[in-house]
Design a protein around this ligand. Structure first.
Ligand SMILES: Cc1ncc(COP(=O)(O)O)c(C=O)c1O
Length: 384
């Protein structure tokens, strides 16, 4: 990102900002990222937006329009209400298995059951709980089975466990419907190369996926149909899935705003669209460490700033070469920051940070300031 991009933003924030930390979404960059993603997606792979990573209705609306999808992956039940208010055709896949207590209270407060929800089921005892609930309420629940394709975060790990789930579904057609499989493969990009290459671990995870699909097709043909949702992926393996995939449904979110955890070779065409801007409260000629005042007499290469807030899951990015002081420590209230001496910065200027994750940062801000051509639109983020 060009330094004068941030200088320009500083000017706009000084005129239109709130004087408090603001989460900035660069609309142009977000749209460019969406265009890129659209150009890569093959037609057989339907995009599913990961709501926790894009937790703002406007962010989701734009992505839904550009990618022509109303498929969503949710990790938090209160988000269902937000989604169904706006997206009449929503297909909701839970990204983690919900405790039965949460499902019960969901159905207590949602009398109309027309919403299309795929509940994620990871083992037999949970499926039995869900079956019992479906029988009590006399409803039919869509069951998406989580399969472990190598991440070992959950889901079935062998064909016996898988077959036991399918049998129970088969025996209770009135209350349980198989809607598909979910196999998350985040380990593919994360494993150290010394253990295995991303190509190899991707192929292994795909092979596992294929085996589970085969079991349904060969041993449970009555459960097999064209509408089954075979979900996989995530931002880190997006490009691999676009080239070849056992899935027909691909979940992603973070890469569209590209926080730094997603700085991966495969995703180099995507650019960061999310920044934290925070005002400078104080400028000191150098950092003064309590108890080490003797150091004040040494030559200093850095001036010291105190900013509004701090200690976010984010890295200081502008002014360049800014960093918290290792000895002074971090603060969420007023963080001290070292900035090169030659940098011109004053009280009420802004410093900028790049989030490492969007899912951790967006919920910390009630609003996103969506920036385009010198103006900001206010977009609410999802609250609890
Ligand atoms: C099941 C599942 N699928 C997909 C994703 C991908 O989300 P993102 O693209 O935001 O990393 C996640 C992220 O946690 C996940 O847990």
């Amino acid at each position: 990102m060009q330094p004068n991009y941030f200088q320009q933003l500083t000017q706009y924030l000084k005129q239109q900002g709130t004087g408090t930390p603001q989460l900035i979404l660069d609309i142009k960059t977000y749209q460019d990222n969406l265009n890129f993603v659209r150009s890569k997606l093959p037609t057989q792979l339907k995009p599913r937006l990961v709501v926790k990573s894009l937790a703002s209705m406007q962010l989701l609306k734009l992505a839904s329009q550009k990618l022509n999808t109303q498929r969503f992956m949710l990790f938090h039940l209160p988000h269902i209400a937000e989604i169904i208010q706006i997206f009449g055709q929503a297909d909701i896949l839970l990204g983690k298995p919900m405790p039965i207590r949460a499902v019960e209270s969901f159905y207590q407060s949602n009398a109309q059951h027309e919403i299309y929800i795929q509940w994620l089921i990871d083992d037999l005892s949970r499926l039995q709980q869900y079956l019992q609930l479906a029988q009590q309420l006399d409803i039919s629940l869509n069951v998406n089975i989580e399969i472990d394709v190598g991440l070992h975060r959950g889901g079935v790990q062998n064909s016996q466990q898988f077959v036991a789930l399918l049998k129970l579904i088969q025996q209770h057609p009135r209350h349980l419907k198989l809607s598909g499989l979910m196999g998350y493969d985040a380990h593919v990009a994360k494993l150290p190369k010394i253990i295995t290459s991303p190509e190899k671990s991707y192929q292994q995870s795909q092979h596992t996926y294929q085996q589970y699909k085969n079991i349904i097709q060969q041993q449970f043909p009555d459960l097999w149909h064209d509408g089954l949702c075979f979900n996989g992926g995530g931002s880190p393996t997006f490009m691999q899935h676009c080239q070849q995939s056992e899935c027909n449904d691909l979940a992603f979110g973070s890469m569209l705003v590209k926080p730094s955890d997603f700085d991966l070779d495969h995703l180099s065409e995507l650019k960061c669209a999310l920044w934290i801007a925070t005002p400078v409260l104080k400028v000191l000629p150098y950092s003064q460490l309590p108890g080490l005042e003797v150091l004040n007499h040494l030559p200093h290469h850095y001036q010291a700033l105190f900013v509004y807030g701090g200690y976010w899951r984010a890295d200081y990015i502008y002014p360049e070469k800014s960093q918290p002081h290792i000895l002074y420590g971090r603060s969420s209230n007023q963080e001290m920051l070292q900035v090169p001496k030659q940098c011109t910065i004053a009280v009420d200027d802004y410093v900028f940070l790049r989030p490492t994750q969007s899912e951790a940062i967006i919920p910390q801000f009630a609003q996103l300031y969506a920036y385009v051509q010198g103006t900001f639109e206010i977009w609410n983020s999802f609250r609890e």
